[in-house]
Design a protein around this ligand. Structure first.
Ligand code: AMP
Ligand code: GLY
Length: 424
């Protein structure tokens, strides 16, 4: 079958890499893709929110299955666009419809969903500019630190955690009255601070059944020791060493099953991935957030550990046939270390030639922000540039390989964290 992957990051390269190994794949297209995906299929120069152009290529290239990588087109309703179009009706989409994508697109929606289905999460209240004063009173009733979340999508920047009450009030006012994050902060969720170690779980669901994918832990801060600004993610490890069978069973019984059952009870159709951002408090798992897609860079360690044919699993998802699916997982650990442009996540330069990629033999390079220049050289084209993924008997072993491979690669102002896994 012909398949289209929407997106341009390391996540999409990892999905493309895996689908390329499928016995049922005919042609692979990636929109817009990057220099890495170009060696696996045809890159199409189309933005992820340009649904009309996506429709054109789906019809032109007889694409039967579309995998939506990032959250933005899902929250904007790409799945609904396909369902509403006569010519696209037969095309299968992996990724939820707009309503269900609110699990990620609206913090308030997600909190209400969790409350309704008794899924453990931090206590919260939400506010708009009409009840700003109530928001101040609520902050006064909490102990620091204060957790403020813009309701809508804010490119990973919408969560602000502050120690000081006055700062928290000012931030709330800034978010609500000045719309600091645009319409995303028209509503703000204020929640109880949870102290614990984080990890993520992933499932693929057809709305009835689901399969568990490997779990992972990512490292979001730019600086070593988890200091400094938040990024999209600087590295990841799978499996998470502290997540033993007992803890995983709690996650499955109290969070994963109630989520899938909750969607069914609420009559919310869902075909695609669910990403559970979790925190462990007194050895109990609680949900920090849902995402309606796979994580990046988590995908770069999750996908390499799936031994089964991913395309067959996605077809089963599309056909509501996941209950008969079995997924085989590689017992080895996988780790990834993200090479980023100097300055990221603040201002950075693009267009730097990347040297030495061809010398990496014992790791897998998943491209993120890369492209070819006119002389066919791979150059940087984003903040996060390349994820260096390796296998090992344990995560330390795998990390050692990633760090060894990185010694081959170089571009001007290249930066990466040298302490992935430091807290494990
Ligand atoms: P989110 O975008 O909801 O994943 O939040 C971003 C990050 O903020 C999370 O990965 C956590 O590190 C932190 N965070 C979010 N909510 C809480 C909370 N209630 N307590 C402590 N930390 C939180
Ligand atoms: N790495 C975190 C995310 O994809 O949201």
């Amino acid at each position: 079958m012909n398949v289209l992957i929407i997106g341009s990051g390391g996540r999409e390269h990892a999905i493309a890499w895996k689908l390329k190994q499928s016995s049922i794949l005919e042609e692979l297209f990636i929109a817009p893709g990057n220099a890495g995906t170009k060696s696996l299929g045809t890159n199409l120069d189309i933005g992820v929110s340009d649904f009309d152009s996506i429709k054109k290529v789906v019809l032109e290239y007889k694409i039967e299955l579309v995998i939506v990588g990032p959250e933005v087109p899902l929250v904007e309703g790409i799945h609904d666009y396909f369902l509403d179009d006569q010519e696209l009706k037969g095309v299968q989409i992996i990724g939820p419809q707009k309503f269900a994508a609110q699990l990620e697109g609206s913090k308030e929606f997600a909190k209400e969903f969790m409350q309704r289905h008794n899924i453990p999460t931090a206590a919260y209240k939400s506010f708009t500019k009409d009840n700003l004063e109530d928001g101040f009173r609520f902050l006064e009733s909490l102990k620091p630190p204060y957790v403020l979340k813009a309701d809508g999508l804010a490119a990973g920047k919408g969560v602000v955690i502050l120690e000081n009450l006055k700062e928290a009030k000012d931030e709330l006012a800034d978010m609500l009255t000045n719309e600091k994050f645009g319409t995303a902060s028209k509503t703000v969720v204020i929640e109880e601070f949870l102290d614990g170690i984080e990890m993520s779980c992933f499932i693929l669901t057809d709305g009835e059944s689901y399969i568990n994918l490997p779990n992972a832990k990512d490292y979001k801060r730019i600086g070593e020791g988890d200091k400094g600004l938040n990024t999209g993610g600087m590295g990841a490890i799978s499996p998470v060493p502290f997540a033993d069978q007992e803890y995983l069973k709690k996650i499955e019984d109290r969070i994963i099953k109630p989520t899938v059952n909750g969607l069914k009870k609420d009559n919310i159709a869902y075909k695609g991935f669910i990403f559970f951002g979790l925190i462990r408090v007194n050895n109990e798992p609680m949900v920090i957030e849902y995402n309606c897609r796979m994580g990046d860079p988590e995908t770069e360690v999750v996908i390499p550990r799936i031994k089964s044919d991913l395309l067959e699993l996605l077809v089963a998802t599309a056909k509501n046939d996941l209950k008969n699916a079995v997924v085989e997982i590689d017992n080895r650990s996988a780790t990834t270390v993200m090479l980023v442009s100097g300055g990221y996540p603040e201002a950075y330069e693009k267009g730097k030639e990347i040297h030495g990629i061809e010398n990496v033999k014992d790791s897998i390079l998943f491209h993120a922000g890369t492209k070819f220049n006119e002389s066919n050289k791979v150059i940087t084209n984003g903040g996060r540039v390349i994820a260096v993924t390796s296998y090992g008997d344990d995560f330390k072993d795998a990390l050692k390989q990633s760090y060894t491979s990185i010694q081959n690669i170089d571009f001007e102002k290249m930066n990466y964290r040298k302490d992935i896994g430091f807290d494990l």
